[in-house]
Design a protein around this ligand. Structure first.
Ligand code: SAJ
Length: 405
């Protein structure tokens, strides 16, 4: 089996590198961040994820190495970030481009370079291919977009189907063979353009479904109907599967990828655009709910209102584009005076004003709790909310005395 150099050891690159190593592949994980590499070399993982520490142990036993340097070999997996400009809605492909450039400086002739980072459709042709074409060495570009869901990454890495987009069936098969060392799901071979588009379509599908649930939530709020009960019953129909309403859509994927289609196809992508707007409107909708409940219950001191949860979803430590951050940004922009207390067990660094780091102190400080993220901690502590006003945006509480979105 080929040696594999995984470039970028973040949320996707690290589990992928560990998975390959623990299935007998010689792996070197490379990241330009020195402290991250030092942490890994010291035997510690760099983020929290179910099953990651155990997988890390297996990979260390199998001899995985971590480095700041690129290695010379014939197989690379690039899993670097594709940052996104919230104003222009464009991704910045420069990390991918720079990683591929550096790979080209080190790689063997005829090396395979797999890009796993999510890119907007056409990025490989527009930005990556020209770099490869501009130099003498011949390499094979492949796009194999990641599909694993934070919170269940290790399981999904093993079991999800994978898409491999390559210029020829032979190269796609070689890449498929590397992934099939660990992947038990179907490995689908296609071309690069189709692989790029498929990935974005998958996340857009989910965004639209969540937007539908959120729009139903607003409709039901207007006439005091129970949206969750309606969705629960509707979903009994064999061809209906509506997702759950919530305080908004965060994370670096679902709230970002649909914008690529809106940006490139503004005339066609009307539904996709509208869904994004509905999901982006949810944090403001939560603020309206807080204001109306506060009015109803005579709460005037907003510093006694606590926002529970800062991450973009439950049981992860990732705060990118999180609905809570969107909510706080909305409050700031609208000039409202709402000095909330904020707490999240997964966020230990100071991120926002009013943030507290102790759950007990947070509960003592507030009379009104807004559950924005359904972390296991709050699920296990529901009795501690007795006597408080609760707005449950995630359907954590069964108790009908709580307020809902
Ligand atoms: N959310 C809701 N209601 C729901 C489901 C989710 O409001 O019913 C919210 C979440 O709370 C969160 C956001 O949507 O804020 C996105 O969370 P998620 O769990 O739906 O998805 P991600 O962003 O963690 O991961 C997605 C996955 N894509 C799909 O399911 C199609 C994952 O498989 C991808 O690998 C990942 O994006 C990615 O990296 O692209």
């Amino acid at each position: 089996m080929k040696k594999v150099n995984v470039i970028g050891l973040g949320y996707i690159g690290l589990p992928t590198a560990l998975m390959l190593a623990s299935h007998g592949v010689e792996v070197v994980g490379t990241d330009y961040n020195q402290s991250l590499v030092q942490t890994l070399q010291a035997g510690k993982t760099t983020f929290e994820e179910k099953g990651l520490d155990e997988l890390f142990g297996h990979a260390l036993d199998a001899g995985i190495r971590f480095s700041n340097e690129y290695e010379t070999c014939g197989f690379y997996i690039v899993a670097v970030p594709t940052p996104y400009d919230p104003d222009t809605k464009q991704i910045d492909a420069s990390y991918v481009v720079n990683a591929v450039k550096t790979v080209l400086e080190h790689c063997e002739e005829e090396a395979i370079v797999v890009v796993e980072s999510t890119v907007s459709p056409g990025t490989m042709d527009r930005f990556v291919r020209p770099i490869v074409a501009a130099q003498k060495k011949h390499v094979h570009l492949v796009h194999a977009p990641e599909r694993i869901i934070p919170g269940n990454m290790v399981y999904e890495l093993l079991h999800n189907s994978r898409t491999i987009g390559a210029d020829s069936p032979e190269i796609a098969e070689q890449v498929g063979a590397v992934y099939s060392t660990f992947c038990e799901g179907e490995i689908v071979l296609t071309d690069i353009r189709t692989a790029e588009m498929t990935k974005v379509v998958e996340n857009t599908f989910r965004d639209i479904n969540i937007a539908f649930a959120n729009e139903l939530c607003k409709i039901c709020r207007r006439d005091n109907m129970d949206v969750n009960e309606i969705i629960r019953i509707a979903n009994k129909h064999p061809r209906v599967n509506i997702l759950s309403p919530g305080p908004g859509v965060g994370g670096h994927c679902i709230s970002v990828d649909p914008w690529f289609l809106v940006g490139d196809y503004p005339e066609e992508a009307k539904l996709i655009h509208q869904a994004r707007l509905v999901n982006d409107s949810m944090p403001a909708f939560v603020v309206e709910r807080i204001e109306s409940i506060a009015k109803e219950r005579g709460v005037s001191d907003f510093s006694r209102i606590g926002l529970y949860g800062l991450t973009y979803k439950e049981n992860v430590d990732d705060t990118r584009e999180s609905p809570t951050l969107q909510l706080l940004e909305h409050v700031k922009k609208s000039g409202k005076k709402m000095p909330f207390c904020v707490y999240d067990p997964y966020v230990t660094r100071d991120l926002v004003e009013g943030q507290m780091h102790d759950f007990d102190a947070f509960l003592d400080a507030v009379d009104f709790v807004v559950i924005l993220v359904a972390h296991q901690e709050i699920r296990d502590s529901l009795s501690r909310l007795n006597g408080k006003i609760v707005l449950d945006t995630r359907r954590v509480c069964e108790d009908d005395s709580v307020y809902r979105l």
